[in-house]
Design a binder for this molecule. Structure first.
Ligand code: NAD
Ligand code: TYD
Length: 350
């Protein structure tokens, strides 16, 4: 049996990765370490929580002593590190949590991996999950490649860039066997409704305004979350040590076009008159430092490992909308309590 640590497994992408690994690798013990912040939710993993090869541990990656002790006790063979503060808007209102979790938390995991593996790194792997946002913002042309210079522009992307640099430094300086991937925007089930797509589904369902930042002209490259999980599986097992891989959907959408498409689907699903949901579109003050465009060139992972997205956007998008509409209880549970305070603070004054 291999012992694999997945951090942040109760979050959006992490829960899809945990589910894939628990179901696919019966000879792995999967330990999901998650502090269950507002974004972590064990309801995301109900279907696999009783699997014999799965253990959940509640814990904070910013606590270095705890992390060291966990690695001593568990003897991990591999780490897939997803735990992070992940929302740009929150990083603007509270950068320090991003510094602590994304930077200090990552270093704690690097230190613990190093001390646990120092006698023999053979077959071990520290896989760090990162974002395309570290590369900065594109103009109308071009795409990010793995050697694009880092130019992070929000506290979120700066904290992720810093963690990427540290992961690389531990490889170069100490020989820690690492792999890094930088992925574009994910969409799909179990995403916390502070991010664009689930937030707007929730608001349309409840006939609430859709707060479009600026003119809605920013562009994102959207990838279905299960395609990301497949890429993570591949890179964890077959990615070259010390290398970075870009992952993307080859699927760029201007925000306002995506929102109009979403409104059309919601009109159909909710039996509304065509155009009814789009009336909720409300242009609000732009996000500070809002990056204009992200786009990924994913030819390296395709060329080396044959990965490419399998889910067509039209299908993935519609099934995502259906999932949120069919899982009202999940949506209602995560948008009660603290969420209301967040929403007031984030949107009422815009
Ligand atoms: P998320 O916010 O949905 O989940 C993050 C998880 O980390 C939560 O379960 C949370 O409880 C946990 N966590 C936060 N702080 C912690 C701490 N101190 N100790 C232990 N656990 C902690 O995030 P996500 O969207 O699933 O993103 C996962 C990873 O993928 C992140 O590293 C993010 O930077 C990266 N990423 C996300 C996207 C995207 O579109 N969502 C795209 C590219 C890369
Ligand atoms: P988001 O889902 O927060 O992801 P990211 O900022 O990491 O790309 O936002 C996606 C895009 O949607 C981004 O350009 C900001 C925009 N946006 C809005 O216009 N209104 C909103 O309420 C939110 C949350 C995002």
């Amino acid at each position: 049996m291999k012992n694999i640590l997945i951090t942040g497994g109760a979050g959006f992408i992490g829960s899809h990765v945990v589910r894939l690994f628990v179901n696919k690798y019966k000879d792995y013990n999967i330990v999901n370490l998650d502090n269950l912040t507002y974004a972590g939710n064990l309801a995301n993993l109900r279907d696999i929580e009783n699997s014999g090869n799965y253990t959940f541990i509640k814990g904070d990656i910013t606590n270095g002593d705890f992390i060291q002790q966990l690695f001593t006790e568990r003897n991990f063979d591999g780490v897939i590190h997803l735990a992070a503060e992940s929302h740009v808007d929150r990083s603007i209102s509270n950068p320090m949590e991003f510094i602590m979790t994304n930077i200090v938390g990552t270093v704690n995991l690097l230190n613990a991996s190093l001390s646990s593996w120092k006698s023999n790194c053979e077959g071990k792997r520290f896989y760090h999950i990162s974002t395309d946002e570290v590369y900065g913002s594109l103009g109308a042309e071009g795409k990010f490649i793995e050697s694009t210079p880092y130019d992070p522009r929000s506290p979120y992307s700066a904290s992720k860039a810093s963690s990427d640099h540290l992961v690389r430094a531990y490889n170069h300086t100490f020989g820690l066997p690492v792999v890094i991937s930088n992925c574009s925007n994910n969409y799909g089930p179990y995403q916390f409704p502070e991010k664009l797509i689930p937030l707007f589904i929730h608001n349309i369902r409840n006939m609430k305004p859709l707060p479009v930042y600026g003119k809605g002209e920013n562009i994102r490259d959207w990838l279905y979350v299960e395609d990301h999980a497949q890429a993570i599986d591949l890179l964890f097992h077959k990615g070259t040590i010390g290398e970075t891989y870009n992952i993307g959907g080859n699927n760029e959408w201007k925000n306002i076009d995506l929102i109009i498409k979403l409104c059309e689907i919601m009109d159909q699903k909710l039996n509304r008159q065509p155009g009814e949901s789009a009336k909720l579109i409300t242009y609000v003050k732009d996000r500070a430092g809002h990056d204009l465009r992200y786009a990924i060139d994913a030819s390296k992972i395709k060329g080396e490992l044959g990965w490419e997205p399998t889910v067509k956007f039209t299908e993935g998008f519609e099934s995502t909308v259906e999932w949120y509409l069919n899982n009202e209880n999940w949506l209602n549970a995560v948008t009660s309590g603290e969420y209301q305070n967040y929403y007031e603070k984030q949107y009422v004054s815009r």
